[in-house]
Design a protein around this ligand. Sequence first.
Ligand SMILES: Cc1cc2nc3c(=O)[nH]c(=O)nc-3n(C[C@H](O)[C@H](O)[C@H](O)COP(=O)(O)O)c2cc1C
Length: 211
Amino acid sequence: MKILLVICAIALVVATCCAIGCIALSRRSTDATISPTAKIPGKAAVVYYSQSKVRNTATVAQWIAKHTGATLIELELAEPYPEPYSATLKAVGRDAEAGTLRALKNMPSLDEYDVVFLGSPIWYGTCALPVETFLKNNRLSGKVVAPFCTHGGGGAGRFAADIRQACPDAKVLDALVIRGSNQIERRMGLGVGLRHTEDDVVKWLNRIFNK
Ligand SMILES: Cc1cc2nc3c(=O)[nH]c(=O)nc-3n(C[C@H](O)[C@H](O)[C@H](O)COP(=O)(O)O)c2cc1C
C-alpha cells in the first residue's frame, strides 16, 4: 500500500512537471502579432541589468528593443555576483546589509537619448542593487523613463515608487511588471516565457505611448 502511494505521488509530480513544461514551451513559441501604433517620443535606449542564468530581464529588454528599435545597453558589474541562485542571494544579502553598491563596469552616457526603458529584476521588493548604482549616477533628468521589471512571484513591490523617487526630474511612465521564473522553475530550465509573451510588451508599449 505504501509503495503504491509513493508510485502515485511520483507519477503526479512527473505529470505536473510535463504539463508546466508544455505550457512553457507553447508560450515561448508565441510570436507577437500586434505592432505598436504608438509614437515613441524620440530616440530610445533600453538600459537593463539581468543576473540569473535564464536572463528574464534581458529577455524582456530584447523584446522591447525588437518592437521599438531602441539601443540595448546592459549594465554589468566590475565584480559580478556569483551564481547559482543561493550564492547570489548570500552575496547580495551581505552587500545590502553593509550598504555596499558594487561598481558598474560600464556607466553609459545617455545624452543622445530622449526615452529610457529601464529594466531590473526585483530584489527584495525593489530594483536590483546595480540598477540603484546606475540611478545614483544618472537621475535621467529631462528624459521619458519607462520602467520594467521581472520578479519571481512576489510582485513588483516598491519598484515603481522607488524609480519615481530616484528620477524626480524625469517623466516616469507606468511600469511593465513581468512574472519571471522562480528558483524551482529556474532549476527546471523554465524562463520568462512561462507567464508572459512579447504580446504583453507590445500591449504595454501601445498603452504608455498612446496616452
Ligand atoms: C537577490 C535576489 C532577490 C530577489 N528578491 C525577489 C523578491 O523580493 N521578489 C520576487 O518576486 N523575486 C525576487 N527574486 C527573483 C528575481 O526577481 C526573478 O527571478 C527575476 O526574474 C530574475 O531576473 P534575471 O533573470 O534578469 O536576473 C530575487 C532574486 C535575487 C537574486
